[in-house]
Design a protein around this ligand. Structure first.
Ligand code: SAH
Length: 344
């Protein structure tokens, strides 16, 4: 067994050092780095500029790429991928194109332990954190499949990114420095984990933070988000304030609209009061129905009415467009389908 970690995830300096220990000249590091981060390298056999002897000597070194098990395109151009990891686990990633952008919705964990009551990923349980190469692979897979540079990253796939903070941080660094995507175009979405928003702030990244609020008061939030029991709304908001002061970055509150649960005008008024004083944007997400769950999506007029109340209170807000086929738009559904099929 080779003890060399997967090459994907290593910085230019780390690759240089590794190659120098094998007596390779410095320009080899540049070549390998390029193959790895911009030329979709799958295995070291492909690096034909390196000698056959070198490739044979390193035959056991892993690049760290995952396998595309399923590719599901939607009519709007969105493509959802089910990726197979080396240990047999599966994750989802999504490529979302517009004329000017290619966004990848990246997973940070296999499953998720937060168990938010409306979320498909939460229903399938939690297996483990993703490793750095498994996070980066998602970006490179989408980039290669679309044949187009990825411009934006959202950590809104499976998992709670702040529970995988160290790998998240290194991945953001690699995405920024090595894949070449501006940190300002990277959004990290979290439901909130005690102390971790502050810890993220201390990295002083230029990334955008999105905090999943989903409710304007502690009682309703607790109904939707079991982890709120250990991390009440007031504490979460206090940490968000600290983050804001530490980083001077504006951030987004996400609010998934669930019919007759949190979508009424009085909820909007309460929400507007709750976020007063924050330099924030509120992103409303009309619920994407999940098979087996009772939550429903509000009608478009209800969504617009909710938005109008926020605007009347001068809260900056917008409605997120649903991309991908409606029935599969919610992340976590592919893996869940696979798991359910495997169980039944
Ligand atoms: N764990 C992260 C990322 C989750 S996905 C977080 O909690 O922020 C990004 C957003 O979509 C979150 O706000 C999440 O609560 C929300 N979401 C999850 N399932 C959804 C669904 N079926 N419909 C609409 N929004 C959903």
């Amino acid at each position: 067994m080779s003890t060399t970690p997967p090459l994907l995830g290593q910085s230019y300096d780390e690759l240089s050092y590794w190659l120098s220990t094998q007596g390779e000249p410095p320009y080899r590091a540049k070549q390998l780095h390029q193959w790895l981060y911009t030329r979709n390298l799958q295995s070291l056999d492909e690096v034909t500029v390196f000698s056959k002897r070198w490739r044979e000597a390193n035959a056991k070194v892993k690049v760290g790429r995952s396998q595309v098990l399923q590719r599901t395109p939607s009519p709007d151009g969105t493509v959802k991928y089910l990726l197979g990891l080396a240990d047999g686990e599966n994750i989802e990633t999504v490529g979302i194109p517009t004329a000017r952008r290619l966004t990848v919705c990246v997973s940070s964990q296999v499953g998720c332990p937060m168990a938010c009551t409306f979320c498909a990923t939460g229903k399938s349980g939690f297996a483990r954190n993703l490793q750095i190469h498994e996070i980066l692979d998602q970006v490179l897979t989408v980039q290669a499949d679309f044949g187009r540079r990825v411009s934006h990253i959202v950590f809104m796939g499976m998992g709670e990114p702040l529970l995988n903070l160290k790998n998240l941080h290194t991945s953001v660094e690699r995405i920024n420095e090595d894949i070449g995507i501006s940190a300002r175009n990277i959004t990290i979405s979290t439901v909130g984990v005690k102390g971790r928003i502050r810890a993220l702030g201390q990295y002083r990244l230029q990334t955008t933070l999105a905090v999943s609020l989903h409710a304007p008061n502690p009682d309703l939030r607790l109904q939707l988000i079991p982890s709120a029991q250990h991390y009440p709304l007031d504490e979460l908001l206090a940490e968000c304030k600290e983050y804001m002061e530490l980083t001077s970055r504006r951030f987004t509150f996400e609010y998934t609209l669930l019919k007759d649960v949190n979508d009424q005008d009085f909820h909007a008024r309460e929400l507007a009061q709750r976020v007063r004083g924050f330099q924030c944007h509120v992103n409303l997400i009309p619920y994407n129905p999940v098979a087996g769950l009772d939550y429903k999506r509000p009608t478009p007029p209800r969504v617009q009415a909710f938005l109008a109340v926020l605007e009347a209170y001068r809260v900056q807000a917008s409605v997120r467009q649903t991309r991908g086929s409606a029935e599969a738009a919610a992340c976590g559904q592919l893996r869940r389908q696979i798991l359910t099929t495997a169980i039944n």
